[in-house]
Ligand binder design. Structure first.
Ligand code: 6R9
Length: 573
């Protein structure tokens, strides 16, 4: 079992004392009372995120701080109410958007993206965010599967939109210097100037579609995961419990809205709670990130293990140059958070990095280390109130503690996906074990109820009669001073069934030698177990990762077996 260590609980706030009280008898209905629709019966998540705060007298509060290499801007809640009203008008009047239409946004992370995102929801559309780095095939797949009516993009990205092959696409809104408007293309700047800000919000039903996130399956085409307006109940509540949002927080979620983290926790959770968000455009650099925290006096920071590992690799002298003392709460999502990274966070920021587990399909956080909990490094934490999670076998029977199995959730939480777009079969395939949603992740639960991630079910390795989760080995590997990132797969072996093969990228200053391979093998053998040690190691400049930072083990497997790599639309580059 993974070597772990523990960090004590932080001090609780009023919000978290609440949590302790409600934990056992919590019902999601209790989380609804804070919304205006609880009184009015009129639902629209964009209203709850923006206009409600203006109605409650907080219009002057800063909602968004944006900066990149050339821009540095702030928007209050009143500004965003005004601008998203205009965007909604533009979408309704010029792009002919009606309730339920799919409006996609394919552009860099700028204020205009957020304004159009809000505008689309105000107009009753289902919004579909796409990573700006998608190439033509990825864009085509998503726009045609969803039968998108409108696309918001920039002139620079237009060459990746195969307009002629998208019969359902009726309008493209262009953000940037354009050649002007005709019936098909709409010039955002010009149209926004003309649009009326006072938009009569489209009131929705709780179960009406709100957002469509395409997520890559392990093979085949990406699937469109649909979430509905009432998902906001869980976005808002987890924002308080898990992110610990308070009135004066400055919150930085580093995720792009093309990934579910960048919407559920980059947009919905903070703005539903009236919290100021920081958005930093441009590419990752360690200096830039530390500077962003210092300059904005960030108090809550939500990022991913891959980013933390990059910061860790940049060394501890760098963060010492910045004032990072405003940070109160640090969180992680997307892949397993290695104990090594938690140790680094503790040393460098004197902060506990809190892991959170959830998926595009779950829509919001499910299993977490909340601030008032003791952290067991390497564990994802415990299920939130209102969430029943278990480890089940392939027949849906609950397994005893410390047994690896399928991580499953009892159906029916507010932010649960409501459909896989156009694909009921795929949707039903998640719910084959009675009332359980089967995540596809493999994990175990310990005797204290903490959940430990082991890998995707498809990635679990049987070697010498033992089941090994790749994460356990990868986590050990990154403890080695030479290892920056590691991805582990099983490869066939006539005697052992499978043996462990590791793909490793090295930290700066280390050379890829046979001696180092041997040293790393010994390191895992001594620290973990002989059967878990990688008998084969390939050094790679970079590992294949998704844009949300997940190591794509199926690409490693394809490399190994010389097989086609399948859909690569979500690959980093
Ligand atoms: C939010 C998000 C979901 C998959 C999930 C799991 C992995 C997410 C994790 C984690 C270990 C965590 N994952 N959080 N693994 N520890 N805290 O990432 O959604 O892109 O759909 O990915 O990511 O394998 O099944 P999504």
């Amino acid at each position: 079992m993974l070597k772990s260590f523990r960090l004590p609980a932080d001090h609780g706030t009023h919000v978290l004392e609440d949590y302790a009280k409600t934990r056992s008898d919590f019902d999601w209905k209790q989380a609804e009372t804070g919304f205006s629709w609880f009184q009015t019966g009129k639902i629209n998540a964009a209203y709850e995120m923006i206009d409600r705060h203006v109605a409650e007298g907080k219009g002057n509060k800063i909602a968004l701080r944006y900066s990149d290499a050339t821009r540095d801007e702030q928007y209050s809640f009143a500004d965003l109410m005004h601008l998203s009203g205009k965007a909604a008008h533009l979408l309704r009047n010029q792009a002919e958007v009606v309730k339920g239409d799919r409006v996609f946004i394919f552009m860099p992370r700028t204020p205009e993206l957020y304004i159009l995102f809000l505008g689309a929801i105000k107009a009753g559309a289902i919004v579909g965010p796409l990573f700006e780095a998608f190439m033509e095939d990825a864009v085509r797949d998503r726009l045609s599967d969803s039968e998108a009516k409108v696309l918001c993009t920039t002139p620079e990205l237009l060459s990746r939109v195969p307009v002629d092959e998208l019969p359902h696409l009726k309008h493209i809104i262009l953000i940037g210097d354009t050649v002007g408007t005709n019936g098909f293309y709409i010039d955002y700047k010009q149209a926004m100037q003309e649009a009326n800000a006072d938009f009569p919000i489209e009131w929705m039903a709780r179960e009406d579609g709100m957002i469509l996130h395409y997520t890559s399956g392990s093979t085949g085409k990406p699937k469109g995961v649909l979430h509905v307006h009432q998902a906001m109940i869980q976005h808002a509540q987890t924002g308080r419990w898990v992110l610990d949002f308070q009135e004066d927080d400055i919150y930085w979620c580093t995720a792009d809205p093309g990934w579910v983290t960048g919407t559920s926790y980059g947009v919905f959770a903070p703005w539903l709670n009236g919290v100021t968000i920081v958005v930093r455009g441009g590419r990752f650099s360690a200096e830039d990130w530390y500077q962003t925290i210092e300059k904005n006096k960030v108090t809550i920071w939500y990022s991913a293990p891959t980013a933390f590992r990059m910061l860790l690799s940049a060394g501890n002298a760098l963060p010492a140059k910045y004032n990072l003392s405003t940070l109160r709460h640090v969180l992680s999502v997307g892949e397993p958070l290695n104990p090594e990274v938690i140790k680094w966070g503790w040393e460098v920021f004197q902060k506990r990095i809190h892991d959170t587990w959830w998926m595009t399909e779950t829509g919001a956080q499910m299993i977490c280390n909340i601030p008032t909990m003791e952290i067991k490094a390497g564990s994802m934490g415990k299920p939130l109130p209102g969430i029943t999670a278990a480890i089940v076998d392939d027949d849906g029977q609950e397994l005893p503690p410390n047994t690896m199995g399928n991580l499953a959730i009892k159906k029916g939480w507010p932010s649960m996906m409501r459909a896989i777009w156009n694909n009921p079969e795929k949707y039903n395939a998640y719910f084959t074990l009675n009332d359980w949603y089967v995540s596809g992740d493999s994990a175990y639960m310990d005797e204290d109820g903490y959940f430990w991630f082991q890998g995707r079910v498809d990635d679990v390795i049987m070697t010498s009669g033992e089941r090994i989760g790749p994460f356990e080995v990868e986590s050990k590997l990154v403890e080695h001073p030479a290892v920056s990132e590691a991805g582990v797969i099983g490869i066939s072996d006539p005697i052992r069934g499978k043996i462990i093969k590791a793909f490793i990228s090295l930290r700066e200053g280390f050379e890829a030698t046979e001696a180092l391979k041997h040293e790393i093998y010994q390191f895992v053998k001594n620290g973990l177990a002989a059967h878990a040690a990688p008998r084969q190691i390939d050094f790679k400049e970079k590992l294949p990762k998704t844009r949300s930072g997940k190591i794509m083990r199926r690409v490693l497997k394809a490399w190994e077996l010389n097989l086609p790599v399948g859909d690569l639309s979500t690959l980093e580059d």
